[in-house]
Design a protein around this ligand. Structure first.
Ligand SMILES: C[S@@+](CC[C@H](N)C(=O)[O-])C[C@H]1O[C@@H](n2cnc3c(N)ncnc32)[C@H](O)[C@@H]1O
Length: 394
């Protein structure tokens, strides 16, 4: 299906973000039922002392740092059998939120990809992303950290769960660097993840008053805050563009998105950028993801194996959904065929030069299951469609 306006316009279109649609990820274990503290208190004696029962429901005092750690411990135990501990004065990660980010990262995974290996920048004293990433997705990990005490504590979590074969923590010697000194020559990663120190000074760390915040300075603060930290990451990512498919980070401030996207846009090498919002209760975080690769996975080029990227999304079947979809497609010169039950879209480049993209939507009541397969060619279209679809995730 050939359209008149191919190749696509250079300017990136803005894609609507619907906050209500970006709550917990559709595959999140707590999507429809939050953790039941009363049940967990019955099941785990150690946890019971942190729970008060009111009208049959269990409540935890999140202003108490010990209770915060107890919740992380019990959830990791109950969900994954992880035996977890960490010093009380370090940043203790909320499990649902960290898992929400990893689930978004997993949306970028090619379902054919075996042996997924990831890199966590600044793993802290918990090693939370590698622990969750291994147990939930079976991804193996390298993690970096600058603080010796945090490395020791993360290593204890790895050892007590017999994960030394699957997770390796490396010391970053220079706090000015992100990937340099961590990624070894020739080493390949599917994705890098990061929860950076958000703030530029301790005075800025005014936080959620409903939750205790025990942390050491390097967990919350770095010169220039998260914009500077991720700017360095972006600059260094160029060097590793052949070794990493997806670079990503969580962000604590919405205002950081704009300067960071500008920085990505100004790079001498073209990259494709995705963003999302994570919302957990009243707290929001943002996700930024970029890649320099445009033809599926270049890692397999050596073997001359054609890799397609396939993703399935469950989206809301609202009246405007498909017309928005159609509009994006048309702006790329793709025509769109609709059928009341099954939506099919295939695209070929005007001159027939290898643009391979297929999309199929299966409609059931108020739900659409969209399967997208990208096989090379115009990655901009794929990037826009994926961003749009993610903004409508149920
Ligand atoms: C906000 S904490 C995140 C900890 C953990 N990943 C989590 O999500 O709870 C940021 C971590 O990055 C570490 N860090 C700061 N600069 C770093 C650098 N240049 N390279 C690696 N880690 C760094 C800090 O010591 C801290 O442990």
């Amino acid at each position: 299906m050939i359209g008149p306006s191919f190749p696509p316009p250079k300017k990136r279109r803005k894609v609507e973000q619907n906050v209500q649609d970006s709550v917990l990820h559709p595959r999140h274990p707590f999507k429809d039922s939050p953790p039941n503290f009363a049940l967990l208190a019955k099941k785990y004696e150690d946890f019971a002392s942190f729970v008060t029962i009111k009208k049959g429901r269990g409540h935890v005092n999140f202003r108490d740092a010990e209770a915060v750690r107890a919740v992380t411990k019990v959830l990791l135990k109950d969900m994954y059998g992880i035996d977890f501990d960490m010093p009380l004065h370090h940043l203790c990660p909320p499990v649902p939120q960290r898992l929400n980010y990893l689930l978004w990262v997993s949306d970028f995974l090619d379902s054919n990809q075996p042996d997924v290996r990831c890199l966590d920048i600044g793993t802290g004293a918990s090693c939370i992303f590698p622990l969750l990433g291994y147990k939930h997705f079976k991804w193996t990990w390298v993690a970096s950290e600058i603080i010796a005490e945090s490395i020791e504590s993360s290593n204890k979590n790895i050892e007590r769960n017999s994960l030394t074969e699957n997770i390796e923590v490396r010391k970053q010697i220079s706090r000015e660097h992100i990937f340099e000194g961590v990624i070894k020559p020739g080493e390949k990663f599917f994705a890098t993840v990061c929860n950076p120190p958000f703030h530029s000074s301790l005075e800025q760390t005014g936080h959620n008053k409903k939750r205790a915040l025990e942390a050491i300075a390097s967990e919350l603060v770095c010169p220039g805050g998260e914009v500077q930290f991720i700017s360095t990451m972006i600059s260094e990512s160029l060097q590793f563009s052949e070794q990493v498919i997806w670079f990503s980070t969580m962000l604590g401030k919405k205002s950081s998105l704009k300067p960071l996207k500008r920085k990505l846009n100004d790079l001498p090498q073209k990259c494709h950028v995705f963003e999302t919002e994570f919302q957990q209760g009243t707290q929001s975080r943002w996700g930024l993801m970029w890649t320099f690769q445009s033809e599926g996975s270049r890692f397999n080029k050596a073997e001359e194996k054609k890799i397609t990227r396939k993703q399935v999304f469950i989206v809301e079947n609202s009246s405007g959904a498909w017309s928005r979809f159609e509009k994006i497609c048309k702006s790329y010169g793709l025509s769109f065929t609709a059928n009341p039950m099954i939506y099919n879209l295939t695209g070929t480049e005007k001159d027939g030069n290898g643009f391979q993209f297929k999309c199929q939507g299966l409609c059931s009541g108020d739900t659409l299951a969209i399967t997208m397969t990208f096989g090379g060619g115009n990655f901009d279209l794929f990037a826009d469609l994926v961003t749009w679809i993610q903004s409508r995730l149920k």
